[in-house]
Design a protein around this ligand. Structure first.
Ligand code: ACM
Ligand code: ZN
Length: 753
């Protein structure tokens, strides 16, 4: 942000002097820059010296979009009168403004002016005015904002298949998106949890594939995956009517938001055989019927018919066709799919999938639309004009951009909103993963490996809310907010103008407004713990920061629950040469806030910085190297997410030896493993500790067998602990995973005390 109060005052005076209408002027007190609450942060603001008092009836140019006029009166209680005759808020289009959706909004002593490049910019400038009025009421600070969008695509995806969400909820979500200048709503309308799109040609979809036996997706998915007819007593589900969709699309259009519908193919289609079993290779419903048959022409007729109905309702240029995670488990044995592969010269299932995507692309292109799909559509050859949504990290997006395809960045470990947003204790169940607000906000959608020319293919950024574990709208809002605000700012604000502490302050200021508008936002309750290993001083240090700028952190280091008289955290490094079990909690006015405490164990242990050997060909999996050869003795402990770069993954039995350099007295060796079944990460069956004085002759200290249930889909952690009273120089740990090939075991650290 640039603060140039004096020169600004002059500029604003000149720009606004011509309006010729006098507002009541308030005493001259400059608005402090840290009073800014706007989200997203504008590209540039200059503050004037005084305030401008708006009258109770505000005259505005008729060019101000109707939605903005309506909200000014509904939310701010300002009577709005449109007039062309010297309105207090003058609005003008100016196509010369530089930047995407560019606008300039000035509040001066004699009136307000909005200059906008185009119709979208009119809305964006109008939303800025609404936020200002929401914060300051009718007494606005004099200022001038020059602003434009960093990216064209600023999106949110909502999965309404795993759990159904009403059209009214989506409209409420659109209002919030527009407030924060987001402009793409990706509607994941169909998936294995239920079909929600109303088709006239295929009416059985919403009659037989939209209602299921059990409301909770996870229980149902593990139980029978069966659908029942619409109207069955006790059934869970739902579908939209065409009128619902028209209402949503029209509302979005007024707000400048494009609705991007997704019709998922060829995978994630478990619901289809409940209505039209001939769409699958086996020609009937089966528990594992995930994909449609690509061999039969009737499959293409079906999707072209459905897409035809979709195009009638949705004006979006981009149409999402899914393309992710096809199981490909029946194509190889299906005579029709095999015949197709032979006839088209397709060498494997990926090319078969690619064949289908290309045909669907030709269909969409023929109707003047463009195909977008998840990054798996790169496998087997990308369709010529397709855009890619990169979700398995950024790699797919990078590959696509280098090949000259448009890309929307939506990497799971930053912008997946079904992940936990704080340590899981006390949080509603999530799918695993960890994307706290700070992590989400830290995302920059233009990877440095792309040249500036290649970066031009990055359309923007999108947050995705999958709803396997999100059972209703209240919970959906909790997962969406406030991380949606972070994604809005990533998409809009120049990278150089973004700072997390400043954003966090503004988010905290937005929470009361979200609550007043009926949004069940997550209340910013995390205390983040940052650890630092100092090998020179042989100590570990912890630093804390909270998401609640106005709350106090109090903590203990002996594992006891902090009270109002426990130590107050004031920014110090909490250091130790041995072990700390830190417990920290938020307080305000001497009272603990009603949020769970966070606890964090860390150890400066004997193994840190010592040589470690991977025995018998044992090697970490290249997908999960963590810190490479030192990862298990670097003192860094994993967080709750498998994607944090701190967990080292193995698809073979683990066998490592740490050389302590000399024989030392040992009292305890332990290792914490993670299970994250959704990501194929399992507990080892058992862990064994061995000690040696010479590195050749080993004595076993026994095995610990896991106590973790391998049927449990929840992420879980188990510490395999060996209290000992021994002397040794070499410490060796073996862990065996006796499940299928391709399954991982994950370990963050070998702690040797
Ligand atoms: C995805 O998360 N399967 C796109
Ligand atoms: Zn088939």
């Amino acid at each position: 942000m640039k603060i140039q109060t004096s020169s600004l005052r002059r500029a604003a005076g000149i720009a606004l002097g011509a309006l010729g209408l006098l507002l009541g002027t308030a005493p001259l007190t400059a608005a402090p820059a840290d009073s800014l609450r706007l989200i997203p942060r504008p590209a540039s603001i200059t503050w004037g010296a005084g305030h401008a008092q708006l009258p109770t009836t505000l005259t505005v140019s008729p060019l101000l979009p109707q939605v903005i006029q309506t909200q000014l009166s509904q939310q701010a209680g300002i009577k709005v009168k449109a007039t062309t005759k010297a309105p207090l808020l003058s609005v003008r289009l100016d196509r010369r403004l530089a930047g995407r959706e560019a606008y300039r909004l000035s509040v001066g002593p004699r009136g307000m002016q909005l200059l906008a490049k185009d119709s979208s910019a009119l809305l964006q400038g109008g939303q800025t005015l609404l936020q200002l009025v929401g914060q300051y009421g009718r007494r606005l600070p004099q200022l001038s904002i020059t602003d434009s969008a960093r990216f064209a695509w600023r999106g949110i995806m909502l999965d309404v298949s795993r759990h159904f969400m009403s059209a009214d909820f989506i409209i409420q979500l659109l209002d919030e998106m527009a407030r924060y200048k987001m402009n793409r709503f990706h509607w994941h309308l169909v998936d294995g949890g239920g079909w929600r799109f109303p088709s006239e040609k295929y009416p059985l979809l919403t009659k037989k594939a939209a209602w299921r036996t059990i409301a909770d997706w996870d229980s149902w998915w593990q139980h029978d995956r069966r659908f029942v007819d619409e109207g069955t007593p006790g059934a869970y589900g739902g579908a939209y009517t065409k009128d619902d969709i028209r209402r949503v699309v029209a509302h979005a259009a007024r707000l400048g938001i494009t609705i991007v519908p997704e019709i998922e193919l060829p995978g994630h289609s478990n619901e289809l055989p409940a209505a039209y079993p001939e769409l699958t290779c086996k020609g009937k419903w089966t528990f594992d019927a995930t994909d449609v048959c690509i061999g039969r022409e009737s499959t293409f007729r079906f999707f072209e018919d459905i897409l035809g109905e979709v195009l009638e309702l949705f004006p979006s240029y981009y149409i999402h066709i899914g393309g992710d995670e096809a199981a490909m488990n029946h194509w190889g044995s299906c005579p029709d799919c095999r015949a197709r592969m032979k006839q088209e010269g397709l060498k494997d299932e990926h090319e078969l999938q690619s064949y289908m995507i290309r045909r669907i692309e030709r269909y969409l292109n023929g109707k003047g639309r463009q195909l977008i799909g998840w990054d798996e559509i790169l496998m087997g050859g990308l369709a010529p004009n397709a855009a890619v949504m990169s979700w398995r990290g950024e790699e797919g997006g990078i590959t696509a951009a280098k090949a000259g395809h448009k890309v929307v960045m939506t990497p799971g470990n930053y912008v997946y909103l079904d992940f936990y947003q704080r340590e899981s204790k006390g949080e509603p169940r999530a799918i695993g993963g960890f994307t706290p607000l700070e992590k989400t906000y830290s995302y920059n959608p233009t990877p440095a490996v792309l040249s500036p020319a290649e970066q031009q293919y990055i359309l923007g950024v999108q947050g995705n809310l999958w709803t396997e574990y999100v059972e209703d709208e209240q919970h959906a809002a909790y997962m969406l907010f406030p991380r949606l605000l972070a994604i809005a700012e990533i998409g809009w604000t120049p990278q150089a103008e973004r700072s997390y502490p400043d954003f966090l302050r503004r988010v905290a200021a937005q929470l009361p407004g979200l609550k007043a508008r009926g949004i069940n936002s997550y209340p910013l309750k995390r205390i983040a713990v940052y650890s630092e290993i100092d090998t020179a001083r042989r100590e570990v240090a912890l630093c804390l920061s909270s998401e609640q700028p106005s709350a106090e952190i109090r903590y203990t280091t002996d594992g006891t629950m902090p009270t109002a008289s426990s130590r107050l955290y004031t920014g110090e490094r909490i250091s130790s040469r041995d072990s700390i079990l830190l417990v920290a909690r938020l307080f305000r006015d001497g009272k603990a806030l009603d949020f769970p405490e966070v606890s964090y164990r860390t150890d400066y242990h004997l193994g840190i910085g010592r040589p470690i050997y991977y025995n018998e060909g044992c090697q970490w999996n290249p997908k999960y190297p963590a810190g490479g050869a030192r990862a298990l003795v670097d003192g860094l402990r994993g967080t709750p997410t498998y994607l944090d770069g701190l967990w080292q993954g193995f698809t073979m039995p683990l066998d490592v030896t740490v050389d302590l350099g000399e024989t030392k007295a040992l009292r305890h060796v332990f290792a914490k493993f993670m299970q994250e079944k959704m990501q194929w990460v399992y507990m080892p069956h058992h862990v064994e500790l061995l000690l040696s004085d010479d590195g050749t002759n080993w004595r076993s200290l026994g095995q610990r067998v896991t106590t973790t249930d391998d049927g449990d889909f929840l992420p879980s952690f188990e510490t395999f602990s060996f209290p000992i009273a021994e002397r040794a120089r070499y410490v060796r740990v073996k862990a065996a995973n006796q499940r299928s090939a391709g399954h991982f075991i994950f370990l963050d650290e070998l702690v040797i005390q």
